[in-house]
Design a protein around this ligand. Structure first.
Ligand code: THU
Length: 130
């Protein structure tokens, strides 16, 4: 199964009754494993949890920590950019040159690197010597 197929498959399981906007994400790790996540909303916090965060949580729960590739898909006029929080979460586990593909269900794809998604990222090096 391609990473696109994995993201499209899990998107069907999204719980998005407030936004009616289903998102699917799939992560391939350095070991070759694939982890899937969908957005899950709730009445108190309608923005809920993003698909990317769900895939990252599944990856960590399985004991993996190194993202090799990310694919995000939604039904949208243009590929949907990950929210700020998800950019930071992806950057926690991915090198700067890792490719994040943003896609529409119609087939448009936008490939970006983690560095492009989160320029000027805060990382542990800034805490050196403190
Ligand atoms: N959402 C994601 O899951 N990933 C993104 O990259 C953008 C937004 C979700 C969160 C919420 O459930 C819905 O889309 C509308 O913001």
């Amino acid at each position: 199964m391609t990473l696109r197929d994995a993201a499209a498959e899990v998107r069907e399981n999204a719980h998005a009754p407030y936004s009616n906007f289903k998102v699917g994400a799939a992560i391939r790790t350095a070991s070759g494993s694939v982890f899937q996540g969908c957005n899950v909303e709730n009445v108190a916090y309608p923005e809920g949890t993003c698909a990317e965060a769900g895939a990252i949580a599944a990856m960590c729960a399985a004991g993996e920590r190194e993202i090799a590739e990310v694919y995000v898909i939604a039904q949208s006029p243009a590929p949907v950019p990950p929210c700020g929080g998800c950019r930071q979460k992806i950057a926690e586990f991915a090198a700067r040159d890792v490719v994040v593909t943003l896609a529409t269900t119609e087939g448009t794809e936008l490939r970006m690197t983690v560095a492009e998604l989160l320029p000027g990222a805060f990382d542990a090096s800034f805490m050196e010597g403190s």
